[in-house]
Design a protein around this ligand. Structure first.
Ligand code: ASP
Length: 331
């Protein structure tokens, strides 16, 4: 039996479907979120991005009245997690906390499977985190001057832990090596959480990592710390000198974190996530926890889609230039 469908009936059916999809958007947004949200963190558990993610998720959970659960998708300097998010459904149930690596990957990886600026819906900036130069507790160098001299003398005998090409620790190491003209032996991890464990255990010599991962260990005297990478001192680590003012001119880097979703996220859902982020950056619990770890949340004006979009694009241009000059590629 053949079923005949007139062109007009077909057209009406298609139009009805399209209209249905459109009119269901506000309804969908009204009930959103009605199940837990997964926040992809593109590095291992226990590291700095994971730590910021867990603080943020706790605040967003309270605001959205739905669990925001962290899923760690580490590997390839954060690009594996980013690729996963780029392919995810834009339904608000997959969100993504990344860092400066979102802007360096396009320069470092010639064959990236996603477009860092165009394949995501920006939600807003989350925080800017200083980095610290730290070493295993029994590393011979006493201060930054000695560290530079030691590394220049021992070069590739010194092991430098990082979270893979595209990570902030990789970028920091790359800038340091070019500043002091010494090639170290790099040891990549899926995040600096496990790298810190090996630093504590003395299996690697040193690394450059966010204060969100190093502050506790520095204060407990479990690792040596030499300097901060920001232009100013970090209040929670007042004894640490500023690297750029103490023998490493121009050596400055802060790790910014941004919150994203897959591209084409319906606006009403994006608006709810922006509201949750706005709540989080003003949340006293978030402020306190980040302050204890040497940082603070982004200002509400920067925790917006437009601010993140604009900043990300300018960072991509900036790092493209710097990384091209350095001639480093991952593939
Ligand atoms: N701090 C790491 C980095 O070097 C990543 C992490 O584990 O958060 O990018």
């Amino acid at each position: 039996m053949t079923i005949q469908v007139s062109k007009r009936a077909m057209f009406s059916a298609v139009a009805a479907l399209a209209l249905g999809a459109l009119s269901s958007q506000p309804a969908l947004a009204q009930s959103y979120p009605d199940k837990p949200i997964t926040m992809i963190v593109p590095f291992s558990a226990g590291g700095p991005t994971d730590t910021v993610g867990r603080i943020l998720a706790q605040s967003m959970t309270g605001f959205l009245k739905q669990q925001v659960i962290i899923e760690n998708v580490g590997g390839a300097g954060g690009t594996l997690g980013a690729a996963r998010v780029a392919r995810a459904e834009p339904n608000g149930y997959t969100i993504f906390l990344h860092h400066i690596g979102q802007s360096t990957a396009p320069a470092l990886y010639r064959k990236l499977s996603y477009n860092a600026a165009d394949d995501f819906t920006p939600i807003g900036l989350v925080a800017d985190v200083p980095m610290t130069l730290v070493a295993r507790k029994d590393f011979p160098a006493k201060d930054l001057k000695e560290l530079i001299a030691y590394v220049q003398t021992h070069k590739d005998k010194v092991t430098y832990a990082n979270a893979g090409v595209g990570s902030a620790s990789h970028l920091c190491g790359m800038l340091l090596m070019s500043a002091i003209k010494a090639d170290l032996t790099t040891v990549p991890y899926k995040g600096t959480g496990p790298a810190m464990n090996d630093l504590l255990g003395g299996q690697v010599d040193f690394m450059c990592d966010q204060t969100t991962n190093t502050t506790g260990q520095i204060k407990a005297g479990k690792i040596k710390a030499y300097a901060v990478t920001t232009p100013n001192k970090v209040p929670s680590l007042p004894d640490l000198p500023v690297a750029s003012a103490n023998g490493l001119p121009g050596f400055e880097i802060a790790v910014w974190h941004g919150l994203y979703a897959p591209k084409n996220l319906p606006k009403p859902i994006a608006d709810k996530l922006v509201a949750a982020l706005q709540h989080a950056v003003k949340d006293p619990m978030v402020k306190q926890k980040l302050a204890d770890l040497g940082t603070e949340p982004a200002s509400p004006a920067r925790a917006t889609p437009a601010a993140l979009d604009q900043f990300l694009r300018s960072e991509i241009v900036k790092w493209m230039r710097i990384i091209k000059q350095a001639g480093v590629y991952a593939d």
